[in-house]
Unconditional design. Structure first.
Ligand SMILES: [Zn+2]
Length: 307
């Protein structure tokens, strides 16, 4: 089950006191608003919470308590008063998006609402100066990919020739809150899908899966193998997984490879995003042979969005 397959597709609201859907400037809202997760809601925020996609007002339900009486988490929802304003987040089920014309798809790309992904960067790009560089400062290379034939036309079998990107998971993690509601087209998809609906929790994975997908997981422990802890030795980074049939679930890569992505002994509790296949690993499962652009730590400020 992907992240979005539930009522909680609205991961955060934009909060800006004094702003209104009818009279407010959207650029100002996007620039000045604070992000508020459903769990951070307080009653004085009423009237100043807005949808990050359609910008109409949001309510939190239930209003007073953190949880429903049956234990389900509180969530944000749109107001009936704005039911005529179309919003892709109104639906509790993810919907793929198709485009009427080439121009419409092209405009969605130009407006950064649609990203055509041709692939992820496999090898570390040559960097001019690496000495002393913090991992966070590693430039995220978003390379232009080929013009791709993308089957996202509204009419059966229709495809458009659109510019693609060869990207990195780190690039997806940067401005993750904004990216969550962009539509992404990965190779072999039938339509474009919002990122929020493309992220699969490692916690719920029960078996191998050859088809690469986007996953997110929490680092439970991490072990640098080998007596002398050489950079070439494998580091096993174990991710939280509650499935009784899975003994453990890890990222299995050389220590130096993980280290350049910021994963060290100090990374327990951090969230990692991976684009890859799920492979067998003895009694457990793993991600292995990941390319340079295929995994990244999620900046801590976004952890709440995947909680
Ligand atoms: Zn909305």
């Amino acid at each position: 089950m992907a992240l979005g397959d539930n009522k909680r597709r609205i991961k955060y609201a934009l909060r800006l006191a004094g702003w209104s859907y009818e009279n407010g400037n959207r650029d100002k809202l996007k620039r000045d608003a604070a992000s508020v997760a459903p769990s951070e809601y307080q009653s004085e925020m009423d009237g100043s919470l807005f949808c990050p996609v359609c910008y109409t007002n949001l309510n939190r339900v239930p209003k007073q308590k953190e949880h429903f009486s049956n234990g389900r988490e509180a969530y944000f929802c749109h107001l009936a008063a704005y039911k005529d304003i179309k919003c892709d987040l109104r639906s509790s089920r993810p919907e793929g998006k198709r485009y009427e014309t080439y121009e419409e798809a092209r405009k969605a790309i130009d407006d950064e609402n649609l990203v055509i992904v041709d692939g992820f960067i496999k090898n570390k790009p040559e960097l001019p100066d690496e000495a002393g560089g913090e991992y966070d400062e590693t430039p995220v290379e978003d390379i232009d990919g080929p013009i791709s034939d993308v089957p996202i036309g509204r009419h059966r079998g229709e495809s458009f020739k659109l510019p693609s990107k060869i990207t990195t998971v780190a690039g997806i993690c940067r401005n993750f809150d904004e990216n969550l509601y962009k539509y992404y087209y990965f190779p072999n998809q039938k339509y474009s899908i919002q990122l929020v609906d493309l992220l699969h929790p490692v916690e719920e994975i029960q078996e191998e899966d050859d088809g690469p997908k986007l996953y997110y997981g929490t680092i439970e422990r991490t072990v640098h193998l080998g007596e002398h802890k050489r950079p070439d030795n494998i580091r096993m980074t174990y991710l939280k997984n509650n499935q009784s049939c899975v003994h453990d679930f890890c990222i299995k890569l050389q220590d130096k490879h993980q280290k350049t992505h910021g994963i060290t002994d100090a990374s327990v509790g951090r969230t990692v995003i991976v684009y890859g296949a799920v492979s067998d690993n003895g009694t457990g499962l793993c991600f292995k042979n990941l390319g340079w652009g295929e995994f990244a730590l999620l900046p801590r400020k976004y952890d709440e969005l995947l909680a």
